[in-house]
Design a protein around this ligand. Structure first.
Ligand code: 13P
Length: 270
């Protein structure tokens, strides 16, 4: 059942650094085959593609389906001498409506800090791009019983700077690092426990209304077989999907499961 009228539900795909243009084209054909022309979705759907594909994918997908295109990262400055970086205003101009921020691969491989992450959220929000903030613990941190501590720390600056951010349009993605790309997802119960914990942090720091509104999605080895079990949990508002989003059929099926579970009464077609 839908827990709140105002809470957003979202399936976001993350292609990471996969796919040459021909494959992207094949993906669109797969997806469009599944997509019924009169379908109405009450959930949000985002697909995070590599920078060079953003405009092309907007042109061939967002015009005909509810899929909005997103970026996987953004620069931590408005503009300047940052060779190789892409700014929030450039993403906006390219057509991006969403942006993943602070993915564990960026935190670990590119040493992104919580300070940079909060700046990135501010910068994309100025361009009316919707940020998806990733948090999550490593296997070692979970074994040492530090999951809640790690997540609290990852969210600390967000709460400190909440006056400068528009938290109602933030999505938090709980992605335990050990579940990413491992084929070993968290159990729906493990994920629900941490989602409820994150919501409670928002309640303490921002009040009950924000806690109820904030969209918290799960990521880490989500596929067509297990997605529904996550979506049945009361505090799981959607999914951030890596590997399974590389197949247009699977990506469609996952979003359909979210729609059916959170909005059991189908909307009237347009
Ligand atoms: P997988 O779904 O491939 O585990 O990837 C999850 C992820 O990192 C999405 O951002």
């Amino acid at each position: 059942m839908k827990p709140s009228l105002s809470r957003r539900n979202l399936v976001a795909g993350n292609w990471k650094m996969y796919y040459a243009p021909e494959k992207a084209q094949a993906w669109v054909e797969q997806y469009i085959q599944e997509y019924p022309t009169n379908a109405v979705f009450q959930i949000e759907i985002a697909l995070h593609v590599p920078f060079p594909f953003i405009t092309h994918m907007c042109n061939i997908l967002s015009k005909y389906t509810p899929v909005q295109i997103g970026a996987q990262n953004v620069a931590f400055a408005y503009e300047g001498p940052y060779t190789g970086e892409v700014s929030a205003s450039m993403l906006r101009a390219a057509g991006a409506r969403y942006c993943i921020i602070g993915h564990s691969e960026r935190r670990q491989l590119f040493y992104e800090t919580d300070e940079q992450i909060v700046t990135k959220i501010e910068l994309v929000q100025r361009e009316e791009i919707l940020p998806i903030l990733c948090v999550g613990e490593t296997a070692e941190e979970r074994q040492a019983n530090r999951t809640q501590k790690v997540i609290t720390k990852q969210l600390e600056l967000i709460f400190e700077k909440q006056e400068d951010l528009d938290l109602k349009y933030l999505t938090v993605a709980y992605e335990p690092v050990w579940a990413i790309g491992s084929g070993k997802p968290a159990t729906p119960e493990q994920a629900q426990e941490i989602h409820a914990f994150i919501r409670e942090l928002f309640r303490q720091e921002c009040g009950p209304e924000m806690a109820n509104r904030i969209a918290i999605i799960y990521g880490g080895s989500v596929n067509t077989e297990n997605a529904g079990k996550f979506f049945e949990q009361p505090d799981i508002d959607g999914a951030l999907v890596g590997g399974a989003s590389l197949n247009g059929h699977s990506f469609f099926e996952i979003q359909q499961q979210l729609q059916q579970i959170k909005y059991p009464t189908p909307p009237l077609p347009n």
